[in-house]
Design a protein around this ligand. Structure first.
Ligand SMILES: [Zn+2]
Length: 357
């Protein structure tokens, strides 16, 4: 099964499906409530007292963002806080196996559900913890995530109605059943999510000093308007949230031109290790450069078109990003076509809007 993610909204309903691939839901096999929220992870040591916790499979439910964990002289710094509260508890258990120091800072790289919904777990477990984020991250939690809980309930009621109607065709029924199952899982999750927005706000940069230097940097609008990266200059480690994701980009490309400049700024620091928002740690900068080059090529092509007064419709057929899609898709032709058919139109539109004079 292949799915490409649109994570501007936190729900899995908005995942874009590839070609004729079907949702990986086994109708009739109802997993228990807790089994729905299990996910495999790995722990990777990056430097003395610095490690990453990585969640497998970027798009399988529940979608969970990676973590960088830094053990400092008097406390622990954790980058990103899960989508599922019980998995945030798992992360805290991993940290406690390694240190008895409390978590002093949780840094939200951006507002998407899979990076912030465990904030409340940290607040409960470590009452003195500072939740660090950009003001746009606090705004995203308050204006998108909080109302989403009600939207899930409304959508679930509506889709259950569709499922019960006599007019539903046999062809459409399995899709509606899958949607209802997805929404039921979402609703179960949101019964236990409590939203806590960052209160330690960073609009430019924040340096956390201790036994090592930790820089929290807002380098501009990339994946979201309030992206933060966490940079350890001595160790050459940078955690970039969903500015870089593996094995391929996620939709939500608000500002491709700005995004390419943000990645230029990250790459100028010549990091030795990049912790992406999803997927394995990068030990070279090649993959991050591919992201940067994709956004650069996209925005340059669109800028040329805008200067030549081409319409958005014309641009949709002008733009050629095939060499990037081939890099991400490898031999998988279905995935390659899906990038062109599903990612590209969204990406071109976003760049077109961004680059209007
Ligand atoms: Zn994410």
């Amino acid at each position: 099964m292949l799915q490409l993610g649109e994570f501007m909204k936190p729900n899995l309903q908005s995942l874009v499906r590839v070609g004729g691939a079907t949702l990986a839901l086994t109708i009739g096999l109802a997993p228990s409530a807790t089994a729905q929220f299990e996910k495999e992870h790995s722990v990777v040591d990056l430097a003395d007292g610095v490690f990453a916790i990585l969640w497998e499979n970027m798009t399988s439910f529940p979608v969970e963002g990676n973590h960088l964990v830094i053990i400092n002289a008097t406390g622990v710094v954790v980058v990103d806080a899960n989508r599922t509260p019980s998995l945030a508890e798992e992360v805290i258990a991993i940290i406690r196996e390694r240190t008895s120091l409390p978590v002093r800072y949780v840094i939200n790289t951006h507002w998407h559900a899979d990076h912030v919904q465990g904030n409340a777990v940290y607040r409960r477990t470590f009452p003195d913890v500072a939740i660090v984020g950009h003001p746009e991250t606090a705004a995203g939690i308050d204006t998108v995530l909080r109302p989403y809980v009600t939207e899930v309930d409304d959508d679930l009621a509506r889709m259950r109605g569709v499922l019960a109607s006599d007019t539903l065709s046999d062809e459409r029924r399995p899709r509606v059943e899958a949607q209802v199952t997805n929404l039921e899982r979402e609703a179960t999750l949101y019964e236990v999510v409590e939203f806590v927005a960052p209160t330690a706000l960073v609009t430019d940069s924040l340096r956390l000093d201790g036994s090592r230097t930790i820089d929290v940097l807002h380098l501009g609008h990339g994946n979201t308007p309030g992206d933060l990266v966490v940079y350890l200059p001595a160790e050459g480690i940078v955690a970039v949230g969903d500015l870089v994701t593996r094995p391929y980009p996620l939709l939500g490309w608000d500002a491709p031109a700005s995004w390419s400049r943000v990645l230029d700024n990250v790459l100028a620091r010549e990091p030795r290790m990049v912790v992406p928002g999803h997927g394995e740690v990068l030990r070279t900068t090649e993959y991050a450069e591919l992201f940067r080059d994709l956004f650069k090529s996209l925005s340059e092509q669109v800028a040329e078109g805008v200067a030549a007064r081409r319409s958005l419709e014309d641009l949709q057929s002008d733009i050629d990003l095939d060499r990037f899609w081939r890099e991400f898709a490898g031999d998988d032709d279905q995935l390659f076509r899906a990038f062109g058919a599903q990612f590209q139109p969204v990406a071109v539109r976003r760049a077109y809007l961004e680059l209007q004079p």
